[in-house]
Design a protein around this ligand. Sequence first.
Ligand code: R5P
Length: 303
Amino acid sequence: MSHREVILAYPGDEPLACALAASRPGALAEPLELRQFPDGESYVRLPAEVKGARVSVVCSLYQPDSRFLPLAMIASTARDLGAERVDLLCPYLSYMRQDERFSPGEGVTSRYMASLLCGLFDGLVTMDPHLHRHPTLDELYSIPNACISSAPALARWLKQYPGPLVLVGPDEESEQWVVALSETLGAPYMILNKTRMGDREVEIDASSLRHHEGATVVILDDIISTGRTMAKTVEHILAQGMRAPICVGVHAVFADDACALLKQVGAREVVTCNTIPHPTNQIDVNATLADGFWRWRATVTDR
Ligand code: R5P
């Protein structure tokens, strides 16, 4: 029996929705209507095609506090109209960093966000979520899920640089992404140590940094938010007398002046994947995400 595949893009996420449709014969990317009533509530209208179909919603969850509720309305409408299943392809999954109660009374918001999304969707596919104290997404998400690595796309992009590359991870949390890229590229890496004192205050212990004469230095992190982690790392690399580094972030969160700050402290280039729209998006991961999504979907539906 063949199933109808309907893909719905959250406004702005159409390029990934089109990549998803293009990589599955017969899948249709259908337009939806989403707007705000004058009082700020969301109006949602979905195409009739969702009835009885397998619906995949494409939505990156940056600025989650404003994007989540309309997304919840889209998922609920799809279900209400009789979709057979509703999955989420979410290139950037936010609310992953507050994964513990660090001070009494704090909310463990990673868990609460997971519980909200699990109530809305049958499955979730994302790219390089910030897994730190939880080694897998399954510890937070009870629905079937898959985490797709950006490492192959990053490696393809970095191969344009001639000569040796050396990778630097600014903190222990970055090690997982740095190791994946180092294995794909066959390049050496160094991991530094970070102490966070506040949202915009970090110290980096760079005692493990070693001078690599003539190498192109690449700092890799999953998220660039305030840019303070990257900026401190750039300063240490320059202080060692190495060449100005390339700052690579998977997810271009970029709060406030983060991108300008990195240029100001001497980064040679600031580059990100297009999981969050930003002028630094030089690395296109849409094909990687589309391919990973359909592979995962086959594991949960074609049994
Ligand atoms: C958390 O540790 C992440 O891996 C990043 O290092 C962090 O989100 C970067 O934050 P910021 O750009 O604000 O220093």
